[in-house]
Ligand binder design. Structure first.
Ligand code: SF4
Ligand code: SF4
Length: 440
């Protein structure tokens, strides 16, 4: 039976550009720009300085905070400088900038025997490798695998519900054994709960491959999910596969569940089996504005421009470049921004698939309320957020909004409600920081 969640929207898929393209590696970049903050939690401090020689896999940033994730370089080279650069969200962040040794071989990490490793050592390897959730949230994985209560269900998120993106689809097809083994390790760390793979029905080939391999796994199963957005959001996914509702303000572990994305599960395996740090990942370069759409493996810190230039550039009719998916991604003004552990896509959009229009006043049609998967009132959040009355926006649930963009998609006035939510959250964080400073 195909399952789903309540509300949400049916979107055009736009997966055809890249869903049949096998994963390929991009050529070596000339430089890596590696942000010291590319995860939820405390930023890293640099462990290197200008002029230092670095080797592939070397840790170049770390933090003593538990909620943080170390950063490494995937390529050898020389540190040019540690300096602020704009990230994909337009914020200035500290980065280690490395002139990459040209002509080097792509690094490899040989497999070790890991069968009898105790749970603490598995977790230590995951933390040391700097693994974060690769579905976009970039939450440190070692933290997620240390929940404060018992977990009886692991959900592996293979929805990839945003239009255009296909990198997780290709990973499920091309690396199904590694995905299953990584998921087994995640379950082992959590005490051995059942594992459910949630996959939308627009990936029938991946479903067939996984179902055939899962036949012999007694505590693993695959659940097919309707192609609806945001099916891959944690709370919606948990409800669809298990019927459990995560209450507002609570987290998946409060209902005994941990969710991990498919790319993260594979990275976990590589960290434990190969001691490979998270130095590369796969993204989907796609859209009608790129001549060579596909699924490309790149090193963390590669700039957007390197990906675009090494795949044939952009067509003249591109009106917008987005990093991430079309619903939750970030429109780019500067193609020199570096790609991080959470970057799953670059979209080259033309006027055929996107609108660049001004927004208008709310006409009180109620469509955003009808479709919001969190049962919020996006209209009020938007109005108060726009006026800078952030505490009232919070009262209407802005902090429970996970920025899926459904309200923006259905709004006839094209109101940028997610931008208003982000402003509200930023104001709340500043208020919290000011209160903390005053209390000290
Ligand atoms: S208010 Fe937030 S959660 Fe609700 S539809 Fe809009 S972006 Fe999604
Ligand atoms: S969909 Fe747009 S116009 Fe309609 S109520 Fe919501 S914010 Fe207002």
């Amino acid at each position: 039976m195909v399952k789903t969640f309540e509300r949400g929207v049916f979107l055009p898929h736009y997966k055809k550009f890249s869903e049949d393209k096998p994963i390929t590696r991009l050529p070596l970049p000339r430089e890596l720009v590696i942000p010291l903050r590319q995860h939820t939690g405390a930023p890293c401090r640099p462990l290197v300085a200008a002029g230092d020689k670095v080797e592939a896999g070397q840790k170049i940033g770390a933090s003593d905070a538990f909620v943080s994730a170390a950063v490494h370089t995937g390529l050898s080279g020389v540190v040019r400088e540690v300096a602020k650069r704009p990230n994909i969200a337009g914020e200035m962040v500290d980065c280690v900038i490395i002139d990459v040794d040209q002509g080097q071989e792509f690094p490899t990490w040989p497999a070790e025997d890991y069968a009898g490793l105790p749970v603490d050592e598995i977790k230590a390897r995951i933390r040391e490798a700097g693994i974060v959730g690769m579905g976009g949230a970039a939450f440190p994985t070692h933290v997620k695998l240390s929940p404060p209560r018992e977990i009886d269900l692991v959900v592996i998120n293979g929805c990839e519900c945003e239009p255009f993106l296909t990198c997780d689809h290709r990973l499920m097809l091309e690396r199904a054994d590694d995905l299953i083994e990584g998921s087994r390790l995640i379950s082992k760390v959590l005490g051995g709960p059942k594992v459910i793979f949630g996959v939308e029905t627009n990936k029938p080939d991946a479903i067939a491959v996984l179902e055939q391999k899962l036949v012999k796994e007694k505590d693993m199963e695959l659940v097919q999910l309707d192609v609806k957005y945001p099916q891959g959001a944690e709370k919606q996914l948990i409800y669809a596969v298990s019927g459990r509702k995560v209450p507002p303000g609570k987290l998946p572990f409060d209902v005994g569940v941990v969710v991990q994305n498919v790319a993260t599960a594979i990275a976990v395996l590589e960290a434990v089996r190969n001691r490979k740090p998270l130095v590369d990942r796969v993204l989907t370069l796609t859209g009608p504005g790129t001549p060579n759409p596909g699924n490309y493996q790149f090193f963390i810190g590669t700039t957007i421009s390197h990906v675009i230039e090494s795949t044939g550039g952009l067509q003249d009719d591109v009106v917008k470049v987005v990093v991430g998916g079309p619903m939750t991604g970030w429109a780019q003004l500067d193609l020199q921004a570096p790609l991080t552990k959470g970057a799953g896509g670059i979209l080259a959009l033309t006027g055929e698939v996107t609108q660049v229009t001004d927004y208008m006043a709310c006409v009180r049609c109620g469509k955003c309320v009808d479709h919001c998967p969190m049962f919020l009132y996006p209209n009020y959040i938007g109005v108060y957020g726009e006026l800078g009355r952030y505490q009232q926006a919070e009262q209407w649930g802005a902090m429970d909004c996970f920025e899926c963009g459904v309200c923006v998609y259905v709004c006839p006035s094209r109101r940028p409600i997610v931008s208003f939510v982000r402003r509200t959250k930023k104001a709340a964080a500043e208020r919290h920081r000011a209160a903390t400073r005053q209390a000290l």
